[in-house]
Design a protein around this ligand. Structure first.
Ligand SMILES: *[C@@H]1O[C@H](CO)[C@@H](O)[C@H](O)[C@H]1NC(C)=O
Ligand SMILES: *[C@@H]1O[C@H](CO)[C@@H](O)[C@H](O)[C@H]1NC(C)=O
Length: 369
């Protein structure tokens, strides 16, 4: 996990000037979990959540006004159509779990099917990319290779689905068009409507926190936007790789983000603390740095309510972060190759739906998966 986060930081973090826009859709179906809806679908634009659907409410909740406007502009009765589509997806995913349990010889227990798809647009050279990946119980199951229009099956339980989908020419053409054109058109639409929100900069508030005198000192940055932030510790001006533990960038409830980076000071005598500082970089603002001065550190002993607030925020963020967790899981694969979406895994089932990022939700009913 640490390695993964490190890679992510490299991937996002150290390229604060990159201008890759994205639309992403995450679907998660589960069985055997009492506290989580059977089906959840979340859509993000530039890593900002714009839409949520779950099987408990069977309703789409839009999180941004500009998304409603963009949707209506593209498809006047978007909400009805998309809701019907989500309900259909819910059924397909539910069947897929049953199919996969059989293929893996499982009878009970908790199981999760995930799908992620989306597309990206590079602002500078206008190149685009698309991907669709499916996972089962946290492992890769199937992914689309958009270049060759074939499915990649890393486990033998996915082979029958791969073969069927590879032979479904009509659906492959649909997917190609979807990921190279339709998805990108949606993304551009969202970007133009969401411009003022997505292109804003909100400055982080940075604090140093410490739970007990022997705990690491946490450099906590919160309230920033966008999420492409770089936070690191340095000593005598040199960025530290050791002694440092990078947390994930997590969403706050108000649409901003937060991140923590721990510094382990076990082996550092207090007289050397003045050589350390935490640095926060966000595109569009001047770097913020905060010196490791015991007087700057908020501790449990000092401001209890602040620490409590910090912890509570953390708890809230874990909940919101479930979405991000899914994202992180996929993002790992993302850095080496891109993939695409699909429908029902069940050979006998009659329809396959492919969810579009947003809209008109017409079920793509070609191949039986
Ligand atoms: C599932 O069970 C069947 C019969 O018991 C066996 O032949 C098969 O190899 C098992 N498959 C897996 C994936 O364990
Ligand atoms: C901090 O570093 C020391 C070694 O210098 C190590 O023994 C300890 O486990 C580390 N603490 C944490 C919380 O990582």
């Amino acid at each position: 996990m640490k390695v993964l986060i490190g890679l992510l930081l490299l991937f996002f973090g150290h390229d604060v000037s990159s201008v890759i826009h994205s639309v992403q859709v995450f679907s998660t179906a589960s069985s055997g979990l009492s506290t989580f809806p059977e089906f959840v679908m979340v859509q993000m634009v530039d890593e900002v959540q714009v839409e949520y659907y779950d099987s408990n409410t069977q309703r789409i909740i839009t999180k941004q006004d500009w998304v409603d406007q963009a949707n209506r502009d593209k498809v006047p009765d978007y909400l009805e159509k998309a809701t019907e589509n989500r309900k259909g997806e819910q059924q397909v995913f539910k069947r897929n779990i049953g199919t996969l349990k059989q293929r893996f010889n499982q009878t009970g227990g908790a199981h999760i099917v995930q799908r992620m798809f989306g597309c990206e647009l590079d602002d500078e050279d206008d190149t685009t990319d698309g991907y669709e990946q499916h996972g089962y119980d946290g492992e890769d199951f199937l992914s689309l290779d958009l270049k060759t229009l074939t499915w990649v099956a890393p486990v033998h339980q996915a082979l029958t689905t791969k073969l069927r989908w590879d032979h479904d020419t009509a659906r492959k053409q649909y997917l190609k068009n979807f990921y190279t054109k339709e998805c990108v058109d949606w993304l551009k639409k969202y970007l133009s409507y969401g411009k003022s929100t997505l292109q804003r900069t909100e400055r982080p508030r940075v604090s140093l926190l410490q739970r007990s005198p022997s705990s690491p000192v946490v450099c906590h940055a919160t309230g920033f936007f966008p999420n492409r932030v770089v936070v690191f510790w340095r000593r005598d001006g040199q960025e530290l790789q050791e002694q440092v533990d990078h947390g994930e960038v997590l969403p706050n409830h108000d649409g901003t983000f937060q991140v923590s980076v721990d510094l382990n000071l076990t082996a550092v005598p207090q007289e050397d603390w003045g050589k350390y500082e935490c640095v926060v970089q966000l595109k569009g603002i001047e770097d913020i740095s905060i010196l490791l001065d015991p007087a700057h550190i908020r501790t449990n002993g000092g401001d209890k309510s602040l620490i409590l607030a910090f912890i509570l925020t953390g708890v809230a963020v874990v909940v919101v972060g479930a979405v991000v967790g899914v994202f992180l899981y996929w993002k790992r694969n993302d850095s080496d190759k891109r993939h695409k979406p699909l429908g029902s895994f069940d050979t006998s089932s009659e329809n396959t739906e492919v969810q579009k990022p947003s809209p008109e939700a017409q079920p793509l009913t070609t191949g039986q998966s």
